[in-house]
Write a protein of this length. Structure first.
Ligand code: PFF
Length: 448
């Protein structure tokens, strides 16, 4: 069947949909990226701005993307094209879909490199590398990994192959069942690590670092990072949630479901921070050690807990699983795009798209070692890919989605679709027509 005419199947249940959306949202962004951004951005001020961005901007955009997807019933590019046509809007809206696909491709390339680190750490846990190590020993393991292009290459390749394999065989929905058990398990394990953190001397310092703001740390740059991360962590601005929306049945309450997904995503990120920062403070580690943060902190805990190798193994296995479910959602729209625009079959499109992202990922991988000194606009390849997507492409694409929803769709039908009374709907309109878009633009332009 041609992708243009394809009307998708639907999620088996609301639960299936929530799991798939959460599977995309919860990933390395929550556990790897959020804590190190908090560390680099000075703590609680960043956390609070991030929470505001998540609830006031992220949540309405998530609902907008689902709503557009459910109405369009197609892939994001065709959805935007059809919706623009139907609502007498400019054809240029299709750019929202196109830039989403491009963003997904760019993110996948470096996401797979970090997914590879997580896989490498499964191996380290199994061979009990973390036991009885001090902070220097743990740092040496991590630095050794970064310094070795060969090791990084192996793990990046394994990660991408897993993702390609799953998407090519079209078994992504099969993961729904696994996610049912594994995502809650990840949550429980994080709580165990938070409990461990609570026994360390740095716990109260960690809590005040995360929750008691020093507003002098708040700069335009910090706000932009928080905004960008809100998009990244909820998988917004990439057409992904729009694609998922095309599978949602009419009976599903979008606002309620979005609230569930957003809360789960936020709780996991905060728990990750609360597991990591006590170790940072107890051991006197560098708060702003960047992307390596979880890899030089949590293994210290695993080395100290009895049976810690098993906890470490479980943790990195679950983190890898969460990373894979997110990576699948990144590859999917790229594959759909290639499949539709080329004569290639689905399987070949998957291999070609995955391979291209893998190849671009090599630049990200080498920027941790041999290409470390190659800078573009003062950034290495890894940072460039990360910042270009999080700080520019995602917010602008997400903005496109919400503006289209708020200004081009018939208001009354949206009100009914969201089950809002007149009063709540006027709040919703205020938020989606003005507040959220203006906030995105202001943050964006102050930083240009
Ligand atoms: N939301 C995922 C995470 O937090 O790890 C990453 C991600 C997945 C970003 C899918 C964007 C996306 F479309």
């Amino acid at each position: 069947m041609n992708a243009t005419t394809k009307v998708h199947a639907q999620w088996s249940s609301r639960m299936g949909f929530v799991l798939a959306a959460t599977g995309s949202a919860v990933g390395l962004g929550n556990i790897w990226k959020f804590p190190y951004m908090v560390g680099e951005s000075g703590g609680a001020a960043f956390v609070l701005v991030y929470l505001v961005c998540i609830f006031l901007i992220g949540l309405p955009i998530l609902v907008s993307e689902w709503l557009l997807g459910r109405r369009g019933q197609k892939n994001p590019i065709n959805t935007m094209r059809d919706m623009a046509e139907k609502n007498n809007a400019s054809k240029a809206w299709v750019l929202v879909g196109i830039s989403g696909v491009l963003g997904a491709f760019l993110i996948l390339s470096f996401y797979s490199v970090i997914g590879g680190w997580s896989l490498a750490y499964i191996k380290d846990a199994v061979v009990n590398n973390f036991s009885d190590q001090n902070a220097d020993g743990i740092a040496a393991i991590f630095n050794g990994l970064l310094a070795s292009p060969a090791q990084l290459l192996v793990w990046h390749s394994v990660f991408m192959l897993l993702v390609i394999g799953i998407v090519a065989r079209g078994v992504t929905k099969g993961l729904e069942g696994a996610a049912n058990i594994l995502m809650p398990a990840l949550g429980v394990l994080l709580l165990v690590l938070v409990a461990y953190g609570a026994t360390t001397s740095g716990f109260s310092q960690a809590l005040s670092f995360m929750f008691s703001p020093d507003w002098s740390q708040l700069t335009g740059k910090v706000v932009l990072s928080a905004l960008g991360h809100a998009f990244f962590t909820l998988s917004l601005g990439m057409g992904i949630m729009m694609a998922y929306g095309s599978y949602i049945g009419e009976d599903i309450d979008l606002l309620k479901t979005a609230r569930t997904v957003v809360i789960m995503d936020t709780v996991i990120a905060l728990a990750a921070g609360m597991a990591i920062f006590p170790i940072v403070f107890t051991e006197g580690l560098d708060l702003s050690s960047g992307p390596g943060l979880i890899f030089v902190t949590l293994p210290l805990a695993f080395g100290n807990i009895t049976g810690g190798w098993l906890v470490g193994l479980a943790f990195f296995a679950l983190l890898s699983f969460a990373a894979i479910t997110s990576a699948i959602s990144l590859l999917e729209p790229v594959v759909e795009f290639v499949e539709e625009r080329s004569p290639l079959s689905r399987a070949t499109s998957t291999v070609v798209s995955g391979f291209a992202a893998w190849a671009l990922g090599l630049l990200a991988l080498l920027s941790f070692n041999v290409l470390g000194d190659v800078l573009i606009f003062g950034l290495n390849f890894f940072d460039l890919l990360d910042q270009l997507t999080s700080k520019f492409m995602l917010p602008l694409t997400g903005l496109g989605g919400i503006l289209f929803m708020a200004w081009h769709l018939d208001k009354e039908s949206v009100r009914q679709e969201l089950n809002l009374d007149i009063y709540d709907f006027s709040l919703w309109s205020l938020l989606t027509r003005y507040l959220a878009p203006i906030a995105v633009l202001v943050v964006f332009f102050t930083n240009l």
